[in-house]
Design a protein. Sequence first.
Length: 243
Amino acid sequence: MHEGWTAGPHLFVEDHGIWLFSDLAYDGVGVYGHNYRSRHIEMVGDYDNQRPSGSTLANTIAALGILHYRLGLDAKELNFHRDFSTKSCPGRAVTKEWLIPQVLQWITEYRRAKEEALAALRRSLVRTAGGLLKPTNPNAALAKAGVERGMLGAISNEFPMEIEGQGYVVQLFAEALLVPAHEWEKVQSLGEYERAQLGEGEEEEPVEEPEGPQEPESAGNSPSAGKDSFSPKDPFPFEGQVQ
């Protein structure tokens, strides 16, 4: 709709890959007038009599999984084109009872891999810090706060301090900062990086609602991701196993 189209998915999926057709930052056009705040995926093939398989199925599940994961959507609310039209898309042989569990499993495995990679990164940084870090009582308030804030670890024991007549208990912590090479304006703390990788960053500002017909959920030319309260701009590049 942003570019004046009356039809077209965001992602086009087939055996050889996943193709970006429309900017994910904008509403697409799957069923005109019913596409408000949805992202549309179209997969190549006729699936009225047989289900998709092989690379087409794997790529479709990966595309659906990463969209739901990155945009914070519930895959159980996945819609089909046929939910909003007289067409059979994505094919009568494709049912939500068959497809949605596969998307949920993909998301579970993706998150597990992310968590394992982030845990390995943190262990590596702790080893690099070496003897600078101090052991802490995991039940202590400051130690807990350090973990919650994503600090690398304590570099001092707790010590008392008086500030403007008020007594405080203070503990110094190490913080790891990361920045992509040659992108110096994109500095993140380790905690911020971890939250971003897990899709737990700060919510974006709500987008301006478009004029004209609006529906709380919609479907694209095949499976689609829809929810009435998410910001559609995805700050992350596409990641997933493309076969």
